[in-house]
Design a protein around this ligand. Sequence first.
Ligand code: HEC
Ligand code: HEC
Ligand code: HEC
Ligand code: HEC
Ligand code: HEC
Ligand code: HEC
Ligand code: HEC
Length: 404
Amino acid sequence: MNKRQFFVLACLVIGVIALSRCGNRKAGGADPRGETFAAANTCANCHQAIVASYAATAHAHTSAPASAATVKGSFTSPDNVFHFPNGNEVKMEREDSILYQAAYQNGTLQQKQPFDIAVGSGRKAQTFLSWRNGRYFQLPISYFVPAASWANSPGFPADHPKFDRVIPSTCFGCHSSAVKVKEVQEGMGLKEVFEKREMIAGIDCQRCHGPAAAHVNFHTAHPEEKAAKNIARIDTIPNLRKLDMCALCHSGLKPFQKSPFRFQPGDALAEYLLPTVPFPRKPAEMDVHGNQHQLLVASRCFIQSKTMNCSSCHNPHTTERDLQMFAQRCISCHEQDTHKKTKLSAEARQQDCINCHMPALPSSAITLLANGQTNPTPDSIRTHLIAVYEDAAQSILAKLPRGK
Ligand code: HEC
Ligand code: HEC
Ligand code: HEC
Ligand code: HEC
Ligand code: HEC
Ligand code: HEC
Ligand code: HEC
């Protein structure tokens, strides 16, 4: 007997009234967001395959309590040091299970702060937050994956380590599922006070699908019911609202009007974020970083198909890296070969479809100064403005045998 069968049986024995309570206790309560949320581990009872593949995604790992297991980058000499130009350096140090960034000037310790939270799955980069007296501060050194090196945090001074950059809860709004924070009056304004390391790390199922305790209770009580109950049915949501589910976090850095943690499928993005003005902006003015939504909706594919959304190409429950598989999704709408000038063979088309029409471009917002470099390296991000890129196409064509 598995856990779910045991649970249903136990409820049946106790009786019908007790059943709803029993369900409630198991589903709600355990989640710090409140009773409408089910305990995270309950989804696996019925959605085992999705839960298993989702656990390996970048979304699931986009934040974590800092530990030797979650922080990428070396803590052993000589790779654990970031050198500033003038004798300043920061060493990544480890004492028992606690990790620190320690700043030295000409060998003398100046300041030392612990890593508390790692932000970023480490696909491309990680930055780190340190908790002090109710606040989170971004640590001066980040980890940059393409250079396999510690790097000066983006936007930080180039000549000395800075330990006093305060991080607001908006960071957690896109990179976690909940964070324990309250607002207290300070002078004329409000100040956020966080509890140390208290959060639901990563983006979980209910962050996208909304609170699901009632859904879990219903289906636990009615295992014979095959249609989803008490949860937003995504296939009934209008296309623009489907896009908004992703745009909440994928339309760039702007202040939220309303807590992003309250977003549920079917909600309109405009309630949470002020629209980008002027809109539509010229694609050239938008950074590839985090602006996937605006870039996609400026593409002819989107404008002329009217049905395109992020799920036209992405399965949000798995990690997908195979560019030829993405090309298949293009071909689902572009059966006809339109390459009158370029004359590509079918294989050549599929091989580089994405690299020609959605090339990875340097971000101007995310640049990191890696160890030993004098110029910052930009992060390279796949543009979502689907178009003809002559330069990208020419450099690929130069390497291809021409088809007919
Ligand atoms: C007791 C079984 C059960 C549990 C536990 C359960 N679900 Fe479901 N869920 C179902 C059934 C049955 C369906 C309908 C068939 C399907 O779509 O897989 C469904 C469908 C869904 C859907 C599809 C909605 C749509 O767009 O059609 C989502 C989303 C979902 N569940 C999320 C969750 C989440 C999140 C959890 C954990 C918090 C969870 N479920 C736990 C039984 C369960
Ligand atoms: C709560 C905020 C949030 C929402 C909602 C969200 N994302 Fe993301 N997404 C992120 C963050 C943060 C990352 C960066 C993850 C990391 O640390 O690598 C990311 C990364 C991704 C990636 C890159 C993954 C990889 O492995 O390369 C894709 C693709 C993506 N998101 C698609 C989507 C789609 C599609 C939706 C809507 C169904 C969506 N996201 C909704 C925050 C969000
Ligand atoms: C980044 C946002 C996001 C996250 C996180 C997410 N989902 Fe989904 N889920 C979606 C979207 C979007 C769809 C609709 C997909 C489509 O239109 O093809 C969906 C569809 C579903 C469905 C119905 C279709 C199917 O594939 O069976 C189920 C069930 C489901 N999700 C369960 C889960 C569970 C369980 C988790 C956590 C392990 C989870 N989802 C995490 C965005 C998300
Ligand atoms: C509006 C949502 C949003 C906010 C707010 C936000 N991010 Fe992100 N962040 C994203 C998305 C989406 C991605 C991945 C997509 C991309 O790079 O275009 C990302 C990527 C990252 C990455 C790289 C992850 C990887 O491995 O690829 C790091 C590190 C990061 N963010 C740190 C932060 C920090 C620190 C803050 C707070 C100061 C922050 N972000 C605020 C949405 C956000
Ligand atoms: C939902 C259907 C759909 C999908 C999926 C789709 N497209 Fe399109 N695309 C269209 C439509 C409709 C147009 C406009 C009519 C045309 O030019 O064929 C278009 C136009 C284009 C154009 C011309 C753009 C311009 O500015 O001149 C290119 C290039 C293109 N698509 C490439 C792609 C690639 C590459 C993919 C996959 C990454 C893709 N499309 C996926 C529907 C789609
Ligand atoms: C026409 C197909 C298509 C659509 C629609 C689409 N994407 Fe993508 N996306 C891709 C491809 C292809 C990649 C590159 C995958 C890779 O390199 O592994 C990608 C990569 C990403 C990445 C990682 C970017 C990076 O370089 O770090 C994010 C984040 C992302 N998509 C988010 C979204 C969001 C959000 C939407 C909806 C607004 C969306 N995508 C719609 C095809 C698409
Ligand atoms: C070697 C680079 C390259 C590859 C690979 C490639 N394309 Fe193109 N594509 C181009 C160029 C350059 C043009 C414009 C010149 C022309 O029509 O030949 C174009 C034109 C197009 C157009 C018509 C745009 C218009 O002007 O209306 C569409 C649609 C398109 N491509 C889709 C695709 C799809 C889908 C794939 C993958 C299955 C693909 N392309 C693979 C370079 C490429």
